[in-house]
Design a protein around this ligand. Structure first.
Ligand code: ADP
Length: 625
């Protein structure tokens, strides 16, 4: 019982230094639960992580491909815009000199100043325009009336029309060159008017004008599949590759702008509807939405006052391109996820297979181990019983050796008893009852002594139960010396006992401890046979939590050659019939069974051997059978 309690305690010590608290158990349980939750939901977690990665990859691919596409569109847009802006300038520059040339013509001057030959000037203008290729050339009087025009012969001739309300007329009359885009009030054709003052002897007498048709430019842009618009200072689109947007404003025009347009009759009093316009994305300032369509916008101011040219790249193809890339990345991501899941499943299946194989192998192994353990147990049982038999045999052998001493020990009281009995008879015949009583008391004392000797022999011969219990170490020691008392005396050995710590309690079987002592003392007696004044010293002391028993003799000691074989079974240096070589080997087994050790060495002074037995001390009270 005590032994099992002790083993539980030491096993417990191995597992943990302090007792497990309910907190520890709860933490361990939570950890186990978490681990098993992770195991059960591993696939879901993998899929979620995969999806998250896929979403990030898709989002990144969308962002990067869009920004790349936008960068390319911006680069191309900037180039195109510069090109188209220069074509507008070029188209106008070709004619810019012409009003000045007309204003210098003497016939023109004369017509304007004095009302000369109108027909000649008409023909002159027509001839010049046939070469120049402008929409029209015309000359106005100081009050704004058209005196001669290159289209004099056409049904919608400017001749006789008054355009004094046009800003280009006013500027030329003020001595500057004028430029103005407007829809012609006579023809309804839009055009760009450039004017120059005609100087007479008394100052400005009239205005020479060239009207340039810009429709060709728009057609070129439209044919090139480009979206190009030009807005005036009020925001009205007057040139556009998309005809539907022409004469529309981007955003609603304010009242002042409308009034100005009306006064100049710039757009022939047409309504100027506003095109729906907004900037749909905060982070992309050049993204505009016009009339429901998204464009990347590039704008530049043209040389002409207030004009702005816009080059618009539709977002639809960019979006298609981005959607294509995103779709590709999406499909690839999902394919990758599916592939990784497939790999994982395969690995899991293989692992499960391996685990099953391993479990099977383990089962086989554990079955084998169990068989082996059973076998070992059986062998151990056999060994134990053999050991017990050997102890018994050893004891009987010792009894054999002791028999002479015992016989001597018993002989003495028997002889004495015989003498006492003889003298007792005599005393009886003499009726000396008192002396007879003393005589009988002596006989009784002697028989008691004999009973002690035989009792000890009985105890020695009895077979051990083999059960350990707490026992005072000095008890089996005293019993062993009592048993061997006869032999010790016969050999004339002086025994010195240092047993200050004799009350030490160890866990063991007293009969077996006694057996160990008898073996050791018998060996010492044998070793000191040739010694003149043999002394045997026994010492019992405590060292830490161990009881240390040393038995030191002054015999022949242990030679180095045999030192390492002492505890081997059947090792003996004694003559045949004197020793069987089992004493120390059995003693070794007994001490080891009790959790102790036994060592042999020679005394430091070189005389005799010393055997040291160490046994763990227990705190329990000694118990008796
Ligand atoms: P046995 O006594 O039958 O020979 P043991 O196992 O008891 O068997 O002893 C084995 C051997 O150890 C002995 O033969 C002896 O050589 C040696 N031995 C044991 N005790 C002593 C001792 N006190 N002094 C010298 N040698 C010893």
């Amino acid at each position: 019982m005590a032994a099992s309690r002790q083993s539980t305690h030491s096993a417990h010590d191995l597992v943990s230094a302090r007792p497990l608290s309910t907190d520890d158990i709860a933490t361990a349980q939570a950890r186990r639960l978490r681990a098993s939750w992770l195991k059960n939901h591993a696939r879901t977690v993998y899929v979620l992580v995969g999806l998250l990665c896929a979403i990030v990859a898709i989002w990144q691919s969308w962002r990067i491909s869009e920004s790349n596409a936008l960068a390319e569109v911006r680069r191309v847009g900037a180039e195109r815009l510069t090109l188209y802006a220069s074509t507008v300038d070029g188209a106008l520059d070709r004619y810019r000199y012409l009003p000045f040339v007309l204003a210098l013509n003497p016939a023109v001057k004369q017509l304007v100043a004095e009302g000369g030959a109108r027909g000649r000037v008409n023909v002159y203008l027509e001839t010049v325009n046939a070469q120049a290729g402008a929409a029209a050339l015309f000359v106005m009087s100081a009050n704004g009336e058209t005196l001669a025009s290159s289209n004099w012969s056409e049904p919608l001739s400017f001749v006789g029309q008054n355009y004094a309300f046009r800003p280009y007329f006013r500027r030329a009359m003020a001595g500057e060159s004028g430029e103005f885009f407007a829809i012609g009030v006579t023809t309804g054709q839009p055009g760009y008017f450039m004017s120059a003052p005609i100087h007479g002897p008394q100052g400005i007498v009239g205005v020479a004008v060239v009207k340039v048709d810009l429709d060709r430019l728009q057609l070129d842009w439209a044919e090139g599949g480009e979206n190009v618009i030009v807005r005036d200072e009020n925001g009205v689109i007057f040139l556009s590759s998309l005809p539907a947007w022409k004469y529309h404003s981007l955003g609603v025009l304010d009242e002042a702008a409308m009034a100005q347009i009306r006064a100049r009759r710039q757009y022939n009093n047409m309504p100027i509807p506003a095109l729906p316009f907004k900037r749909p994305r905060l982070g992309v300032p050049d993204l505009v939405n016009i009339d429901g369509q998204n464009f990347v916008e590039h704008a530049t101011a043209l040389k002409q006052a207030g004009w702005t040219m816009h080059y618009l790249t539709p977002m639809a193809p960019i979006r298609d391109q981005v959607v294509g890339v995103v779709a590709m990345v999406t499909v690839s991501s999902f394919l990758l996820i599916v592939f990784l899941l497939y790999l994982r499943e395969r690995r899991e299946r293989r692992r499960a297979r391996d685990a099953a194989d391993e479990a099977k192998a383990l089962r086989v192994l554990s079955r084998q181990l169990q068989l082996e353990i059973d076998e070992r147990k059986r062998t151990e049982e056999e060994l134990r019983s053999t050991q017990n038999d050997l102890i018994q045999a050893g004891k009987l052998a010792a009894l054999g050796q002791m028999s002479a001493a015992i016989a001597h020990e018993l002989n003495q009281p028997i002889t004495a008893i015989r003498t006492f009995v003889a003298s007792g008879r005599r005393l009886l015949s003499l009726d000396r009852k008192d002396d007879l009583d003393r005589n009988l008391a002596s006989v009784s004392g002697l028989t008691e002594r004999m009973a002690v000797i035989t009792g000890q022999l009985k105890t020695f011969a009895r077979k051990s139960e083999g059960r350990n219990r707490p026992v005072r170490l000095d008890e089996p020691v005293t019993a062993a010396f009592a048993l061997l008392d006869g032999q010790i005396k016969a050999a004339g050995v002086h025994v010195v006992r240092h047993t200050a710590d004799a009350a030490l309690v160890v866990m063991g079987d007293p009969v077996r401890i006694e057996q160990v002592l008898i073996n050791l003392v018998s060996n010492s007696l044998d070793a000191m046979r040739e010694v003149e004044a043999p002394v045997l010293t026994i010492d019992i002391r405590a060292e830490g939590d161990e009881a240390v028993l040393t038995l030191s003799d002054c015999g022949h000691g242990i030679s180095p050659e045999v030192q390492h074989q002492l505890f081997d079974p059947f090792f003996t240096t004694k003559e045949v019939g004197e020793g069987v070589g089992l004493g120390l080997s059995i003693s070794y087994g007994i001490v080891a069974d009790m959790g102790g050790t036994i060592r042999a060495h020679n005394n430091p002074d070189g005389a005799g051997a010393c055997f040291t037995v160490r046994l763990p001390v227990v705190t329990e009270e000694p118990s008796h059978e």
